[in-house]
Write a protein that binds this ligand. Structure first.
Ligand code: CO
Ligand code: CO
Ligand code: CO
Length: 317
């Protein structure tokens, strides 16, 4: 990427350098534009569900920044020889998610490709003072996580037929669910630091949050929500290549208590598709955030704490 020109402007609040979830451009003193794009090949057979998951995942980067999605464009690839009805089902799944988010689908682009791919380019808005970033965490903040970990491991097992889609309906439901309600709680309560958990796994995204904020993140292994199926698979060393790559990348940045088992390390580094939000919540706001998340029906867990220092420490009893 070093040979690609970099962009900077006083109104360009967040570009591609900070590893944040989306780019942010200040339109005027009251309004910032948030833009992101995400698309990938199917991880499930059901085309409608794939569309819904891909759309929820793309919308999540707007939510992770504390934004409200406004418009979305389909980004798609589909083999010309395949049954068009399948493609329509993908688009329906995506469009229904955009509808649920309150945003508007305004077009898109499809190319012919051997392997189908689908996602969205999403534009959202936020008040400049309410934008949530990787650098917004402070010492003493509690780490809140929504959505259990392990969907990368489970979808890997899906590909090999070790599990069937019908057996993991709640997992797929979790992947297709929007992070919108949790994002509104963050904004209403004044949370400043956060991100969503996607391809780099909990550890990778937490490391971005900790390093951008100049802090050390402490995780409490026993409190981290994990899909039970994923735990069982991880024990059998079923995990996507990305989980191993994430662990390798993080090896000198994360210290694990000796009790943290090998399979637990894989789960913490498992790449998530449409994962939950990771929020750094100041202690004095924690009670309010908990109350509002419960009221909104969002499942969450308090999984750790930000401290002075650098890197990540995973503690276990
Ligand atoms: Co993201
Ligand atoms: Co993204
Ligand atoms: Co992120």
């Amino acid at each position: 990427m070093r040979d690609v020109p970099r962009f900077s402007h006083p109104r360009l609040l967040l570009g591609s350098e900070t590893n944040d979830d989306a780019g942010v451009f200040l339109l005027n003193d009251e309004l910032a534009l948030i833009q992101t794009v995400d698309f990938f090949p199917p991880m499930v057979d059901d085309p409608y569900l794939f569309g819904a998951i891909a759309a929820a995942n793309a919308l999540s980067d707007i939510y992770a920044m504390g934004g409200t999605p406004l418009t979305a464009l389909n980004v798609a690839a589909f083999p010309a020889c395949e049954d068009k009805a399948l493609f329509i089902r993908i688009l329906q799944g995506g469009a229904d998610k955009v509808l649920e988010s309150g945003a508007f689908l305004v077009g898109g682009h499809t190319i012919d490709d051997e392997e189908p791919k689908y996602g969205l380019a999403v534009t959202g808005t936020a008040r400049p003072g309410e934008i949530i970033t990787n650098s917004g965490a402070a010492e003493g903040d509690l780490l809140f996580l929504t959505k259990p970990l392990g969907v990368g491991i489970i979808t890997t097992a899906l590909k090999t037929g070790m599990v069937k889609e019908a057996e993991i309906a709640p997992v797929l439901q979790s992947m297709a669910s929007l992070n919108g309600a949790a994002a509104r709680v963050m904004v209403e309560c004044g949370v400043k630091g956060g991100t969503d958990v996607t391809g780099f796994g909990l550890l990778g995204h937490l490391y971005e949050l900790a390093s951008a904020s100049g802090l050390l993140a402490e995780l409490w292994m026993e409190l981290i929500p994990i899909h039970q199926e994923a735990e069982e698979l991880a024990i059998q060393e079923i995990a996507p290549g990305g989980a191993y790559r994430n662990l390798k990348y993080l090896q000198d940045k994360v210290s694990f208590a000796p009790q943290v088992a090998e399979h637990q390390r894989l789960l913490l580094a498992d790449p998530q598709t449409s994962g939950g939000l990771l929020m750094a919540v100041p202690k004095q706001l924690a009670g309010r955030v908990e109350g509002q998340l419960e009221l909104a029906g969002v499942e969450y867990a308090i999984v750790g704490k930000m401290r002075a220092g650098s890197g990540i420490k995973v503690l276990s009893e």
